[in-house]
Design a protein around this ligand. Structure first.
Ligand code: C2E
Ligand code: CA
Ligand code: CA
Length: 333
C-alpha cells in the first residue's frame, strides 16, 4: 500500500549513516505509529501513545511499532514497578527462595540456587520474569545483586552444611558484568568470608557475555582466577557453540530446561542433551540439567553421566527454613 511504501522509503533514508566531518556515524531510529482518529483524537493521548509505541519499538529493536490497545496501561505498570522497585531493598520487600541442587548420582542436596521474590504493598506479588528485566534496563539490578550476594554469605553462615561440599548459585545479569562493581562487591564479601570462593557459583547467560564480550570475559577471568565457579545458564538457547564456550572462563554448563523438561518422550532432545553432556565433559566442564520434572528424566540423565540436577521433581524453590529442614532430614535419613 501507499503507507508501506512511505515507511520503506523513510527507513531507507534514515538507515544511511550520518556523515560528521570525515566520519560516518550509524544512527538508529525507532518509530511509533498511532492511527488517528481510531486510536485517539486528542493531542495528549496521541502523543503519549506514539511515544510509548516508539519506546516499544526501541525495546524490541525494530524500526517501527504500531500502537496496540493496552500498551499504555502496560507502560504505566512498568513505570509503577520501577518506581516501587527503587525502595524494595530498604523497605525489606525482597525475599530469597532456594531451589535445591541435587547430586545426579546420589540424589542428595549439595547446594541451592538463590531466586529472588518481591512482594510490594501496592503491586502485590511481582514475578522475577517481570521485574528483573526492568531492573536490568534501569541499572537497579546492581543493588539487587548486592543484596542477593550478601544474603548468600549470611546463608552460608546459617545453614547446617558441610562447607567443603556445598555451593550456592547466584544469578548475575549482563549489567553486573559491565562494571567493576561486581569485583568490589566480591572483595567486600571476602572480608566477611575469605573462603567464599569455595561455596559461591556465579551464573551468567551467553547473552550477558555477548553484549560486551571483552569486558565480560575480563571480569569472569578475575572471578575464575579467584577460584569462583562460573556457570553458563540457560545453555542451548543462545547462539554459541560449545567450541566457542571453550574460550570462556567458565567451569559449568547449565542445560536449559527447554531441553530437559521433554527428555522422557523426546528423542531429539535426548540426542541434544546426550551430545552436550559428552562434549562439555571433554572440555572439562561440570554439567547441570535444570527443569527435571520426572523420575525417568533423572534416571536417563544419570546414565548419561550428568553431574548435577535441579527441577520440580526434586523440589520447587523453597524458603531458607524449609531448605534447612530438608538438609537436616537428609542428614538423618
Ligand atoms: P533461571 O535463572 O533460569 O532460574 C530457574 C527458573 O526455573 C526459576 O524460575 C525456577 O523456579 C524455575 N524452575 C526450576 N525448576 C523447574 C522445573 O522443574 N520446571 C519448570 N517449569 N521451572 C523450573 P523463577 O524463580 O521464576 O526465576 C525466573 C528467572 O528470573 C530466573 O531464571 C532468572 O533469570 C531470573 N532471576 C531470579 N532471581 C534472580 C536474581 O537474583 N538475579 C537475577 N539477575 N535474575 C534472577
Ligand atoms: Ca539461573
Ligand atoms: Ca536457567
Amino acid at each position: 500500500s501507499a503507507q508501506d511504501a512511505f515507511v520503506e522509503d523513510l527507513l531507507e533514508q534514515l538507515q544511511a549513516p550520518v556523515k560528521v566531518g570525515e566520519s560516518d556515524y550509524p544512527v538508529s531510529f525507532h518509530c511509533g505509529v498511532v492511527r488517528f482518529p481510531q486510536q485517539g483524537d486528542e493531542f495528549d493521548t496521541l502523543l503519549r501513545r506514539v511515544q510509548v509505541s516508539a519506546q516499544q519499538a526501541k525495546h524490541e529493536q525494530t524500526f517501527l511499532y504500531c500502537y496496540s490497545s493496552g500498551l499504555d496501561e502496560q507502560h504505566l505498570r512498568q513505570l509503577h514497578i520501577l518506581e516501587q522497585l527503587q525502595q524494595a531493598v530498604t523497605r525489606d520487600e525482597l525475599t530469597l527462595l532456594l531451589q535445591p541442587k541435587i547430586d545426579c548420582r546420589s540424589g542428595r542436596t549439595i547446594g541451592a540456587e538463590l531466586l529472588l521474590r518481591w512482594h510490594n504493598q501496592q503491586l502485590g506479588f511481582v514475578g522475577p520474569d517481570e521485574f528483573i528485566p526492568l531492573a536490568e534496563q534501569s541499572g537497579l539490578i546492581k543493588r539487587l545483586t548486592r543484596w542477593v550476594c550478601e544474603r548468600a554469605v549470611e546463608l552460608l553462615e546459617q545453614l547446617p552444611v558441610d562447607s567443603e561440599h556445598f555451593s550456592l548459585s547466584v544469578n548475575l545479569s549482563a549489567v553486573d558484568l559491565l562494571s567493576d562493581e561486581i569485583l568490589a562487591l566480591i572483595a567486600d564479601l571476602e572480608v566477611q568470608r575469605p573462603q567464599l570462593n569455595r561455596n559461591l557459583v556465579l551464573e551468567v547467560t551467553e547473552s550477558a557475555i555477548v553484549s560486551d564480550p571483552d569486558n565480560a570475559i575480563a571480569r569472569l577471568n578475575w572471578l575464575r582466577n579467584k577460584g569462583y565457579g562460573v556457570s553458563i545458564d540457560d545453555y542451548g538457547t543462545g547462539y554459541s557453540s560449545l567450541a566457542q564456550m571453550r574460550q570462556l572462563p567458565v567451569t559449568e554448563l547449565k542445560i536449559d530446561r527447554a531441553f530437559v523438561q521433554p527428555l522422557a518422550d523426546s528423542a531429539v532432545d535426548q540426542s541434544i542433551v546426550r551430545s552436550t553432556i559428552q562434549l562439555a565433559h571433554e572440555l572439562g566442564l561440570y554439567v547441570v540439567a535444570e527443569g527435571v520434572e520426572d523420575e525417568p528424566s533423572w534416571r536417563w540423565l544419570q546414565q548419561q553421566g550428568c553431574d548435577e540436577l535441579q527441577g520440580f521433581y526434586f523440589s520447587k524453590p523453597i524458603s531458607a527454613i524449609d531448605f534447612a529442614q530438608r538438609l537436616q532430614g537428609e542428614a538423618h535419613a
